[in-house]
Design a protein around this ligand. Structure first.
Ligand SMILES: [Fe+2]
Length: 257
C-alpha cells in the first residue's frame, strides 16, 4: 500500500509534533503493511513556504531514525500545495516539488470554496507537464453540493485522492457517504491518510482499501496496479467515470434520479 498524503514530518506544519510522534505514526503504517508514505507537508504560497533544504534535512533525519529503529518504510518527498494563482509560477521555478519528485503534485482546495481560477490553474500546471492530484475532494463543501465540479476536473485529467478517515467516518456520516459515492463512480484514484498525529488523524489506511474493494472492486484493482506507476512518474489511464445514478442531495441525502 502507498499512503499518498501525510503530515508525518515533524516541526514543519500542523502535523507531527515531534520525532517520537513521527516514529509512532510510521510504526502504525508499517504494522498495516504500508510500504511507502508521502510526506506531503503543507505549502501555502505567501504563508507556509517550505525551504527545500530544510525540508530535505527533516526527511533525511526521519529516514535515518527509521533505519536505526528498523522501521521498514520508504518516506517519499512531496508537498500538499494550497490552490493559489501563483502555483504555475512556483512550479516553473521549481520552488515546489511533486510526489517522489515526479510531475504528480498534490493540491488542496479551501474547504468551503471552489476558487473561480481552479480549472485555469490546473490547466496551466498541466501545460507545464505537471499531473495534479486533488486532495480529499470529499471534504470540499462546494463539491459536496455539486459533484459536477469534480467530474469536470477528472474529465480534464486531474486525479483525486480520498482520505482514509473519510471512508472510516471520522469527519462524520455525510462526508463518509459522499466519499463512498465518489469511490463507486471512479471519481477517486488514490488513498491517503492525511495523518497529522498518532491518535485521531493517524496513518491507518488499510480499512479504506477494504471499503474500496467492497464498493468497487475494479477501482481497487486499478489502485493496486497504478499507485506504483504514480510514484515512478509514469502516465496512468484512469477508469471511466460512472454515471450519476444517485443524486447527492446536500448533506447525506441520496435521491434516486
Ligand atoms: Fe493534508
Amino acid at each position: 500500500m502507498i499512503d499518498f498524503h501525510s503530515h508525518v514530518l515533524p516541526y514543519i506544519d500542523d502535523g507531527s509534533k515531534s520525532f517520537d510522534m513521527s516514529i509512532d505514526m510510521l510504526r502504525l503504517a508499517v504494522d498495516e503493511g504500508t510500504e511507502y508514505i508521502c510526506a506531503t507537508s503543507h505549502f501555502i504560497p505567501g504563508e507556509v513556504v517550505q525551504d527545500k533544504k530544510l525540508y530535505y534535512e527533516k526527511l533525511e533525519n526521519l529516514q535515518t531514525l527509521c533505519k536505526t529503529k528498523e522501521i521498514d518504510i520508504k518516506i517519499l518527498p512531496a508537498l500538499e500545495l494550497y490552490m493559489h494563482p501563483d502555483l504555475p509560477k512556483l512550479y516553473s521555478e521549481k520552488k515546489v516539488w511533486g510526489i517522489n519528485l515526479t510531475p504528480y503534485i498534490l493540491v488542496e482546495l479551501p474547504m468551503q470554496q471552489f476558487p473561480v481560477y481552479t480549472e485555469d490553474i490546473f490547466y496551466e500546471l498541466r501545460l507545464q507537464g505537471a499531473r495534479p492530484i486533488l486532495a480529499h475532494p470529499e471534504r470540499n463543501l462546494r463539491i459536496m453540493k455539486d459533484v459536477s465540479l469534480l467530474e469536470n476536473l477528472v474529465d480534464q485529467g486531474i486525479l483525486a485522492q480520498v482520505n482514509a478517515g473519510s471512508l472510516r467516518g471520522i469527519y462524520g456520516k455525510d462526508i463518509k457517504a459522499f466519499a463512498e459515492h465518489l469511490v463507486e463512480r471512479n471519481l477517486i484514484h488514490l488513498i491517503g491518510s492525511d495523518a497529522h498525529d498518532d491518535t485521531r488523524r493517524t496513518t491507518k489506511i488499510e480499512s479504506a482499501f477494504e471499503v474500496v474493494k467492497r464498493k468497487n472492486d475494479e477501482l481497487y484493482e486499478w489502485i493496486n496496479e497504478n499507485q506504483y506507476k504514480i510514484i515512478e512518474g509514469k502516465e496512468v489511464e484512469p477508469l471511466h467515470v460512472k454515471k450519476n445514478k444517485k443524486k447527492f442531495g446536500f448533506f447525506g441525502l441520496f435521491k434516486t434520479s
